[in-house]
Write a protein that binds this ligand. Structure first.
Ligand code: CP
Length: 337
């Protein structure tokens, strides 16, 4: 894969060599993300961070990643504050914004919207999530996290046993992660969801065609036993036709410390793309797991900065120059990593 100047729209663009290259550069970004060193390699460059749908971690971590490389960020955070609310097309919006930016990250609720936007952009575009379709950078950071967590247990991604739990129909992070994991060998997928929220047949076919085993279940207790990774997701209520329909599926699968202790092997890793829905009627990942050392959710969010810095550095062809402007930080840095 040639990263330089490329759009990142789907994980289907990646092969294992490309993934390894992203992870290699992500590792090199750690001193900068961890506030030990500063680099100015993107000084003068501008990121258009266009989020037309709610986001906390994707928007802010993309912005931080760009800032940590020395660049400036301009943001839109809602359709109603952009001219799209006045009927402007993705084509016109992309033509305009790509005149102001060196790269654009875009999230929008419509599937395929980021592809349409990218086709008119004069600068590289990264898909920050398009409806229930794809979320490539989330899948890369999830896989990076899985690789690190498994390495700490003396295992790799080949032969992984993963249980994906919750709304697998609308969850774009799940869609992208399944596709990336399909590039590895002999992964065992257990798909735990209400029947109506099962993973789409096109994804299941793709996984099976790549030679992996897929088991579908509505029984969480059985499905999570013997898994290396539990990947929990919330009901994507914003994708349902009505709130009433979404509410029918909330709270059906809840992972808490008791369920974990009774059913899982002691070192099973717990992941979630976040946000988790901590409201009482949902609570798919309970706060009583917060002190469980196998809860990797905040390691995922930290890893997101490394991965997003790596994507920027590779696409703008500065991965080999990051250290040229590096210096130690000269302010107090809290020990948060
Ligand atoms: N995981 C994720 O996409 O989170 P945000 O919606 O907060 O960006």
């Amino acid at each position: 894969m040639d990263f330089v100047g490329s759009h990142i729209l789907s994980v289907s663009q990646f092969d294992r060599a490309a993934i390894e290259r992203v992870f290699e550069v992500a590792d090199e970004m750690q001193p900068f993300a961890n506030r030990q060193k500063v680099t100015r390699v993107l000084e003068g460059a501008i990121l258009g961070n266009m989020f037309f749908e709610p986001s906390t971690r994707t928007r802010v971590s993309f912005g931080c990643a760009w800032n940590l490389l020395g660049g400036e960020v301009r943001e839109t955070t809602e359709v109603k504050t952009s001219a799209i609310a006045k009927g402007e097309s993705f084509y016109d919006t992309a033509r305009v914004l790509s005149g102001y930016s060196d790269m654009i990250v875009m999230r929008h609720q419509i599937e395929g919207s980021v592809d349409e936007f990218a086709s008119a952009s004069r600068v590289p575009v990264i898909n920050g999530g398009d409806g229930s379709n794809e979320h490539p950078s989330q899948a890369l950071l999830d896989l990076y996290t899985i690789k690190k967590e498994m390495a700490g247990r003396g295992k790799g991604v080949d032969g992984l046993r993963i249980a994906l739990i919750g709304d697998l129909r609308y969850g774009r992070a799940v869609h992208s992660l399944c596709r990336l994991l399909s590039l590895y060998d002999k992964v065992h997928f257990t798909l735990i969801s209400p029947e109506e929220l099962g993973l789409g047949a096109e994804y299941i076919d793709e996984i099976r065609m790549a030679g992996h085993e897929v088991v579908q279940s509505t029984d969480m207790a059985t499905g999570i036993s013997h898994a290396d990774i539990l990947y929990v997701t919330r009901t994507q209520e914003e994708r349902f036709p009505t709130q009433e329909e979404a509410d029918r599926y909330k709270g059906l699968f809840r992972l808490n410390q008791t369920v974990y202790t009774e059913n899982c092997e002691p070192n099973t890793v717990i992941m979630h793309p976040l946000p988790r829905d901590s409201r009482g009627d949902a609570n798919e990942l309970d706060n009583d797991l917060n002190e469980n050392p196998n809860l990797a959710i905040f390691r995922q969010t930290d890893n997101g900065v490394h991965i997003r810095m790596a994507l920027f550095a590779l696409i703008l062809d500065v991965a080999d120059q990051v250290n040229q402007t590096a210096r130690d930080v000269n302010w107090y840095t809290a020990k948060r990593f």
